[in-house]
Design a protein around this ligand. Sequence first.
Ligand code: TYM
Length: 321
Amino acid sequence: MRILSGIQPSGILHAGNYFGMMKPSIELQEQGEAFYFIADYHSMTSLTDAKLRREYTQRVAIDFLACGLDPKKAVLFKQSDVPEHVELSWMLSSVCPMGLLERCHSYKDKLAKGISPNHGLFAYPVLMAADILIYDADVVPVGQDQKQHVEVTRDLANKFNDLYGETFVVPAPRIRGDVAKVPGIDGGKMSKSYNNTIDIFGEEKAIKKRIMSIVMDSRGMDEPKPDAEENNAIQILKHVADKETYEATVEALKAGGYGYGHVKKKLFECYWEHFADARKRREELLANLDFVDQVLREGAEKARNIASVVNKRARVACGLE
Ligand code: TYM
């Protein structure tokens, strides 16, 4: 089984990216041939600061390694180190109906927010299809918001295969139900663009402040809360607390007499503790940036070995060679 996923270097790692994609991806490194990349080409559609792109790209690599990606098991690389992605993206663009892209929610959401779209933003799912197809990937671990993009990938793979003969493996998204949509502090999907994120490697005080500002409903402390599992803070607690702590907190809320302030304090303690080892590893990596660069360099070489073969297969299939 070949596994592939990507993450944009467009901000600081937050609990949505971590639980939605990074953690499941790290777990999957034990189960197949895993390829994970930093989608720096994709970040160009929204981030226009070159210095920040370099910084965020390195940060994603550091964070991924700190969280447990093992470069002996998984290939970690930077998308733009494998320029074949862009060539394949052109081949796929030419079999991609405009309507397919016009229907994409993430594009429509950005339009609705008043963002004036560039061509890169419109063509974003085509490059994403190339990212996936160029590794003959079977499984793509993503959060719910990327599901439609993986469906576009399947459509384009089938279309190309129909037109030019069997060329691509048709991949499937792998979305873990429990982390499909990690809520932010306002209860909506956690996302940098909604300014509702909780960082993974932020300052202790800042993380505490974010957690204490999670929006709760207005029911008083004594009131029983039979829907405790749906509470924003409880949903995040589930990921960072041990089973007993999680269950005891849910039960206490259900029974009534346990305030939301307690829940948030508990959440902060568990959250901070949950990332203690990763924080330590991250400090070590920050003192050894040559190692991080080397992982990316070697990753790019391994990735390119595969990408160049699939790209050539596509070039031959459609008559470029
Ligand atoms: P990006 O960088 O926006 O997010 C990285 C991953 O994190 C997931 N995610 C979430 N999951 C659950 N709850 C949340 N609140 C949450 N926020 C983010 C996203 O679903 C994603 O899996 N287009 C991709 C990057 C990409 C890619 C690819 C992914 C480029 N090429 C090829 C897979 C395969 C993106 O922008 O992810």
